[in-house]
Write a protein that binds this ligand. Structure first.
Ligand SMILES: *Cc1c(COP(=O)(O)O)cnc(C)c1O
Length: 351
């Protein structure tokens, strides 16, 4: 078997990227689709559940799929500087792929609202990280404006190549299952990913690579649910920082995708998100809180009796790795027990 070449090389015939652009890659993609029968029996009996573990991409989130495509195209077009606004994962991915391509990378993050592992990644990969006294939405407005004034490649998901890369996860799911699942559930923040999945499923269907299309279930956090409320949210609040977004750049397209698929976008509470986040970890799959929102949404719909259990397949997209946000765990864990280096003390403690 030839080694995995990364998503740009593997799916190039399906991607609208310059055919001659040498791929800037860290061999992202080809992430595991983990069957979860025990979890399914508990939260969605009668469904066949798979977890697409996108946290296993090189920088720890699905953003690497979009970034390999965006940076491949930008480098080919001669860009030397990239910029993005980020709740964290886009920053880490932009930093890694920009450095890989020898480009300067500048990222804007909302001050105090980004998980520690994401900032650490962006800094380590060599980005210039700038915190703004404002929200992600403010940061996005700023980078859109400055990149229209200066020769800077904007690599947020308003960049069409990001979606080209991200849609490859839909291809992988169809290739693994032999067709699209009945349901695909995922978290929705800036709404680029759900838009990209729908593009991918439709394209694979049209190309005869999947006989069917899935229904999309997008989940927003209740405190940051503009697509459910039908209006922008000025001060979005949620424990799921990756989807703490009040003005999704791809909101219209996301709503269209959900509707066209016969699915919907719903809101889930932070408690539901955290409960599913803990439950996934007990399955051996450690994700960041936002990543649990899609499956929390599916479980919510099952509890409400809005999903008919008829042996259908469900794929939950787990967007980012749990190690990105260690504080989410430690701030909720009890004090760690400390004992002398003495086996009797250990025996006493565990007895
Ligand atoms: C970016 C991100 C999301 C949201 O994706 P959108 O394309 O902005 O909707 C969800 N989870 C994680 C971990 C992310 O990094």
């Amino acid at each position: 078997m030839s080694p995995w070449p990364g998503i740009v090389a593997y799916y190039r015939e399906y991607l609208k990227i310059d055919r001659h652009a040498p791929a800037i890659t860290l061999l992202e993609g080809n992430t595991p689709l983990i069957p979860a029968p025990r979890l399914a029996a508990e939260i969605a009996p009668g469904f066949e559940l798979y977890l697409k573990y996108e946290g296993l991409n090189p920088t720890g989130s699905f953003k690497d799929r979009g970034m390999t495509a965006a940076i491949t195209q930008a480098a080919h077009a001669g860009a030397t500087v990239t910029m993005c606004a980020s709740t964290g994962n886009t920053a880490a991915a932009a930093a890694a792929y920009s450095s890989r391509a020898g480009m300067r990378c500048i990222v804007l993050v909302p001050q105090g609202k980004v998980a520690a592992g994401k900032i650490a990644g962006a800094l380590a990969y060599g980005a210039e990280v700038i915190a703004i006294r404002g929200s992600f939405d403010d940061a996005l407005t700023m980078v859109r404006e400055i990149s229209s004034l200066r020769p800077i490649a904007l690599v947020n998901s308003v960049n069409p190549y990001r979606l080209e890369g991200q849609k490859t996860a839909a291809f992988e799911i169809c290739d693994a299952l032999g067709r699209a699942p009945h349901w695909l559930c995922l978290p929705v923040g800036n709404a680029g990913n759900i838009t990209a999945y729908w593009m991918g499923f439709k394209q694979y269907h049209a190309a005869g690579r999947s006989a069917t299309l899935p229904h999309l279930l997008g989940a927003q956090a209740a405190g940051a649910a503009p697509l459910v409320l039908g209006h922008a949210v000025d001060n979005p609040e949620t424990v799921a920082t990756a989807i703490r977004i009040g003005r999704p750049a791809r909101g219209e397209q996301a709503l269209e995708a959900a509707e066209e698929s016969g699915g919907r976008i719903i809101a889930v509470s932070d408690d539901e998100i955290l409960a599913m986040w803990r439950r996934l970890a007990r399955e051996g799959v450690f994700v960041e809180p936002a990543s649990a929102a899609g499956l929390a949404g599916f479980a919510h719909e099952v509890r409400q009796g809005r999903m008919a259990p008829t042996g259908q397949t469900v794929v939950a997209i787990l967007t980012g790795h749990g190690l990105k946000d260690p504080d989410a765990v430690t701030s909720r864990a009890g004090e760690m027990k400390v004992i002398p280096a003495d086996v009797r003390a250990l025996d006493e403690l565990i007895r």
